[in-house]
Design a protein around this ligand. Structure first.
Ligand code: UDP
Length: 259
């Protein structure tokens, strides 16, 4: 029987067109995109910081909105959708979606290339290698086609794309932090032969075990941002983007804008 494609509804949050999906629906769509070999499909997982980044630099809108699937990886985006009167179904964490992708790939045999994260040191291999090893332990049968750290210059872009293509990977995790990873995928999409590429930020550190994800309590109570603030106080400056974004959204709505 022919599979029916699930085309999620788009919701405009301050100019970024999010897919209004539950976690399950997002994953169903991801599987469709992976199975479609005709092009390189892209998933981005923006939080409010990235939406604010678009508001501050309008050229970022074409980068972010070029993705085939845009999932709201941040409670700030979900709050903004409520403020604007067009509520998104839920927060869909990129790291959870990536974990489901790894499990799925371990069954289908699709290879994953992990690009990004810290370089190797004298004590340990690069973070992408650690992440690959941990994922293979968790999902026996998983094929990691290749790994590469995320520190390079623009002159390396073609050779990085060549390395990814030569690995035979079908799925590419790009973990360079935002918005670097989104720009890299946007600029290099035409060079790639994978069928699916995703911008996944710090997921590589979570998979590697070098950064712990917040305990369930913080995730369930939508306080994951607070946990990260306590654990990584150096992020405080970046996190000020959240109140700035929400306050800006209230003003935006009061001025009569819909999205
Ligand atoms: N990173 C990278 N290359 C860079 C900058 C960052 O590979 O030029 C990696 C960094 O080592 C970390 C990941 O990107 O593993 C995510 O960084 P961050 O936590 O800042 O990103 P976020 O998930 O908050 O967007």
């Amino acid at each position: 029987m022919k599979q029916r494609n699930v085309m999620p509804q788009k919701i405009n949050i301050r100019g970024v067109y999010f897919d209004n999906v539950t976690k399950d629906e997002a994953f169903e769509r991801v599987k469709e995109l992976i199975r479609d070999d005709s092009k390189v499909s892209v998933m981005y997982t923006p939080n409010s910081e990235i939406v604010q980044c678009c508001i501050d630099d309008e050229s970022m809108y074409s980068v972010i909105n070029s993705a085939d699937l845009i999932i709201p990886d941040g409670i700030g985006v979900v709050y903004a959708s409520k403020i604007l009167g067009t509520p998104l179904k839920q927060k869909v964490a990129g790291v959870e979606t990536a974990d489901l992708i790894a499990e799925y790939a371990s069954k289908t045999g699709d290879g994953i290339f992990i690009f990004g994260g810290g370089k190797a040191t004298s004590e340990r291999p690069c973070v992408a290698r650690l992440a690959a090893d941990k994922l293979c332990e968790k999902y026996p049968g998983l094929v990691i086609s290749g790994v590469r750290d995320g520190y390079f210059s623009d002159a390396d872009n073609q050779s990085i794309a060549d390395e990814i293509n030569a690995s035979g990977a079908k799925i590419l995790f790009v973990c360079l932090g935002a918005p670097k990873q989104e720009k890299w995928i946007y600029d290099n999409r035409d060079k790639l032969k994978v069928s699916f590429a995703a911008g996944l930020g710090g997921s590589v550190d979570v998979f590697a075990g070098t950064v712990k994800r917040a305990p369930d309590f913080f995730v369930k109570t939508n306080l994951e941002w607070f946990y990260r603030l306590i654990k990584q106080p150096t992020r405080a400056g970046r996190m000020m983007n959240l109140p700035r974004f929400l306050f800006g959204t209230v003003i935006h709505k009061n001025r009569g804008h819909e999205g």
